[in-house]
Design a binder for this molecule. Structure first.
Ligand code: SAM
Ligand code: DTB
Ligand code: SF4
Length: 313
């Protein structure tokens, strides 16, 4: 595991030196100028039992999100098909659950994964804690990746979430890895954490074996009614540093410039990509909060000469 001191030394490099190093690491593994477009769909929205301070879907906070009826298997597959037509090569489905319970809802999840795979895109699920048996069944259904973010450092975890522990999180990631599903795990900045908290989270992510195949870096979307609603906006250069350090520590991972893009200028987004981000969520809504309009993203991609990642043959 890289030590906190080592990670902090990277984070504190002069920004342009950090960018040079991250970019060199990036180009060793990835196609230059390529960005993967991912579509997010909230299959089960709101009413979650966990108390994550940042989350508008927690039943502990009174926000604009109202619990909604779960999306049907056929509607999920139809939206994956639409996403592919629009150029996405990865389809990420979210459930506002603390954990997966066996039964009809889990059986539907398996059918959704099979259906999404048959469309010909990568399938990712994020649905809270899972057991060994459930991870094995998801793998059999063809799931490529399971998202479960560490969100913050071990030390800061208790101040953000009280209904589960950092070790619960790591145990789920271990089960995902054991089942042979690629781990997608990252975190959020802008929740009042220190720079050491950010670096410590990245050190833990980089110490997973194997390392995550996908690392989403989110800037907090401060939602009215959550305990973090008054957090000041993230400095875009902090996103750039986080992404560059993630790229250096996990050179083979797809680093995703995730929530918070609506608050970033085009220049800041491009700087994040220069630092090693090679994926964005594409579509005007994340799970429940706004994301840039498709047309604006397409214009940015075109004007910067980026190419959306091509679908697997
Ligand atoms: N319930 C599952 C879980 O927590 O693992 C899956 C869905 S949850 C919404 C997925 C991730 O979204 C969280 O781990 C968190 O990183 C991110 N997220 C949620 N609310 C956010 C916010 N307001 N700003 C930025 N990221 C957020
Ligand atoms: C991730 O790290 N960010 C995405 C995805 N993984 C599931 C979700 C962001 C959610 C932002 C708040 C919302 O829209 O509800
Ligand atoms: Fe529930 Fe996930 Fe939101 Fe936490 S982040 S409240 S577990 S939906």
């Amino acid at each position: 595991m890289p030590t906190l001191k080592e990670v902090r030394a990277l984070y504190d490099l002069p920004l342009l030196t950090l960018l040079d190093r991250a970019r060199a690491a990036h180009r060793e593994t990835f196609e230059d100028n390529e960005v993967q477009l991912c579509t997010l769909l909230s299959v089960k929205t709101g009413g979650c039992a966990e108390d994550c301070s940042y989350c508008p879907q927690s039943s502990h906070h009174d926000t604009f999100v109202e619990p909604e009826k779960t999306v049907s298997v056929s509607d999920v597959i139809a939206s994956a098909r639409r996403a592919k037509e629009l150029g996405s090569t990865r389809f990420c489905m979210g459930w506002a659950w603390r954990e997966i319970k066996d039964g009809p809802a889990f059986d539907h999840m398996l059918d959704m994964v099979k259906g999404v795979k048959s469309v010909g895109v990568e399938a990712c699920v994020t649905a809270g804690m899972i057991t060994e048996g459930q991870a094995a069944r998801l793998k059999d259904a063809g799931l490529d990746s399971y998202n479960h973010n560490l969100d913050t450092s071990r030390d800061n975890y208790k101040s953000i979430i009280k209904t589960r522990t950092f070790d619960d999180r790591l145990a789920t990631l271990e089960r995902v890895n054991q089942a042979g599903i690629s781990v997608c795990s990252g975190g959020i900045i802008g929740m009042g954490e220190s720079v050491d908290d950010r670096c410590s989270m990245l050190a833990t992510l980089a110490s997973l074996s194997p390392q995550p195949g996908s690392v989403p870096i989110n800037a907090l979307v401060a939602v009215a009614g959550t305990p973090l609603e008054h957090m000041p906006p993230v400095d875009p250069l902090d996103m750039v540093r986080m992404i560059a350090v993630a790229r250096l520590l996990m050179p083979k991972a797809r680093v995703r410039l995730s929530a918070g893009r609506s608050a970033l200028s085009r220049e800041a987004q491009l700087m994040c990509m220069y630092a090693g981000a090679n994926s964005i969520f594409y579509g005007d809504t994340l799970l429940t909060t706004p994301n840039p309009e498709e047309a604006d993203d397409l214009a940015l991609i075109r004007e910067a000469g980026l190419s959306p990642m091509a679908p697997a043959p």
